[in-house]
Design a protein around this ligand. Structure first.
Ligand SMILES: [Zn+2]
Length: 224
């Protein structure tokens, strides 16, 4: 994690989020505490787990199925915030981010913009799904160079309980016993930078629902 770069508090003035992740445990390795905070605020948070669905369409190759299903999910659910896997090659010095994470993170980012264009997937129009250009933020992690963070101190125990449910997977990774120290190992440094005990850091890219800003607050040129 880049210790020098300042992080901003994430804007939480929105109602609907969609978490698009490659694997069933991707939310539990940290973001579950964040989801617990958001649901306690009354927000709607839905999950789209790509590896449960990408091989589920016989006539469509997995990589196309993932992108298509993300588009379908965006158009039918109309989220304001997306949370997804990091699309970057690395999530820390010398640490390779998995190919699944990179592919899903990039597809989700692209889908957040493509969902607003009625001509890219005309078959969705035929299904009655109107374009949705209202995604305001795409949050991804674990971030190599985080731009934003959220205080999850009060929701940490819920995140730990969620991760404990993946007992067999944790055993396979060699993580025996309480997963709290692992989660604290990256939430405490982020919390120290945000002035709280525990925080979840993330990369934020603004979507078409927030067209006049970049994550640093500067205006951006028209993208298309
Ligand atoms: Zn994963």
């Amino acid at each position: 994690m880049d210790e020098e770069r300042p992080m901003q508090r994430l804007d939480e003035c929105w109602d609907r989020a969609l978490c698009v992740v490659a694997h069933p445990d991707d939310i539990e390795f940290g973001p579950a505490s964040l989801v617990a905070r958001w649901t306690s605020q009354g927000k709607e948070v839905s999950y789209l787990l790509i590896t449960r669905g990408e091989a589920g369409i016989d006539t469509v190759p997995p990589e196309q199925a993932a992108a298509l299903r993300e588009r379908e999910q965006l158009n039918s659910y109309r989220p304001e915030l997306l949370f997804t896997n990091s699309p970057h090659l690395s999530f820390g010095p010398g640490l390779l981010n998995s190919a699944d994470h990179r592919a899903v993170g990039l597809a989700a980012l692209d889908a957040s913009h493509d969902a607003g264009n009625r001509w890219i997937f005309p078959e969705l129009l035929e299904e009655g799904l109107e374009p949705w250009a209202g995604v305001r933020m795409i949050c991804s992690g674990p971030p190599a160079h985080p731009t934003h963070a959220v205080d999850v101190t009060d929701y940490f125990h819920q995140g730990v309980a969620s991760l404990r449910e993946h007992a067999a997977y944790l055993e396979a990774l060699g993580m025996h016993g309480d997963p709290s120290p692992f989660l604290r190992s990256f939430m405490e440094p982020a919390g120290a930078r945000m002035g709280c005990e525990l925080a979840l850091a993330m990369d934020v890219i603004y979507g078409p629902g927030m067209p006049q800003q970049t994550p640093t607050g500067a205006s951006r040129p028209h993208a298309d």
